[in-house]
Ligand binder design. Structure first.
Ligand SMILES: C[S@@+](CC[C@H](N)C(=O)[O-])C[C@H]1O[C@@H](n2cnc3c(N)ncnc32)[C@H](O)[C@@H]1O
Length: 263
């Protein structure tokens, strides 16, 4: 069941429309979900993005950061230093292992909580700044998810998303291989509507983020998209022929949404 008002309902309905039809899923030789881990590796030199700047503005020297849907830590580790404490929540233990290794190399001990937000929010204390990058399109019941982000921030919440749904770049391939028309939304405007309905008036800044697929060669990109499309490896040459560079990988058109929390 989805909580919240019309914007939250619309968000959930649009996300549900991305479900892969059962008959295609049943024929998939491998799970179409998941990402090659190298896509979300935290870079040694964090890029100077609006999301990082907005978080740094609100972060005291030695302050605390909570990274929700942290993955391998790209958002939270980019704030260490000045952050002196990092808590990371993710439903994937494998991702969190990569984060802990990286945090150790930076001289900070990351506290991790493996589980789904907001279900595990009760196990997590507040932080000066809460960051949540590239997670919102995974969250059908977004109102309690967002409320728990706000409840855990002492100063500011910074959310980063791509302006369009992450899978929209593969729609022409779904049509080609399966004759299936895929949806387009939700997108940035739906996310802003969702936040306003939740009582948050976010600052919003669109920006071009550096591509994240630096370490992913063309063969791995093709194989990743072929799995997403529920095809077997014999489709690779055709996928290769039709796949634009970067399609299906985290897009560079992004937006930072942030809001302050009253002390
Ligand atoms: C696309 S990755 C982004 C990772 C990281 N924030 C970044 O920007 O590099 C999304 C991550 O969110 C996690 N995730 C998705 N929904 C979640 C939820 N409700 N609770 C906790 N983790 C979640 C996934 O396991 C995955 O590691």
């Amino acid at each position: 069941m989805v909580s919240g008002g019309p914007a939250a309902q619309r968000w959930a309905e649009q996300l549900a429309s991305w479900a892969i039809p059962e008959e295609i899923l049943a024929r998939a030789p491998e799970s179409p979900w998941g990402f090659p881990p190298e896509l979300f590796a935290a870079p040694d030199q964090p890029p100077d993005t609006p999301s990082r700047r907005r978080a740094l503005e609100a972060l005291p020297e030695g302050g605390s950061v909570l990274d929700v849907g942290a993955g391998a830590g790209a958002a939270g580790l980019a704030l260490v230093p000045p952050a002196g404490r990092l808590t990371a929540v993710d439903q994937s233990a494998t991702m969190l292992e990569a984060l802990v290794a990286k945090a150790g190399a930076r001289g900070v001990e990351a506290q991790t909580v493996t589980g789904t937000w907001p279900e595990v929010a009760g196990q997590v204390g507040p932080a000066d700044v809460v960051v949540c990058h590239h997670v919102l399109y995974n969250v059908a019941d977004a109102a309690p998810f967002v409320a728990a982000l706000t409840e855990h921030a002492r100063r500011r919440v910074v959310v980063e998303i791509t302006t369009a749904h992450p899978q929209a770049g593969l729609n022409h391939l779904w049509r080609h291989f399966h004759g299936l028309d895929r949806p387009e939304g939700p997108g940035l405007e739906d996310a802003i509507a969702l936040l306003r309905e939740a009582g948050v008036e976010p600052g919003a800044e669109r920006f071009e983020r550096p591509p994240r697929a630096g370490d992913l060669d063309r063969r791995s990109h093709v194989a990743f998209v072929r799995r997403r499309l529920c095809l077997d490896p014999s489709a690779d040459p055709e996928v290769d022929r039709l796949l634009p560079p970067g399609a299906g990988l985290p897009a560079t058109e992004a937006a930072c949404l942030w809001w302050d929390v009253a002390p």
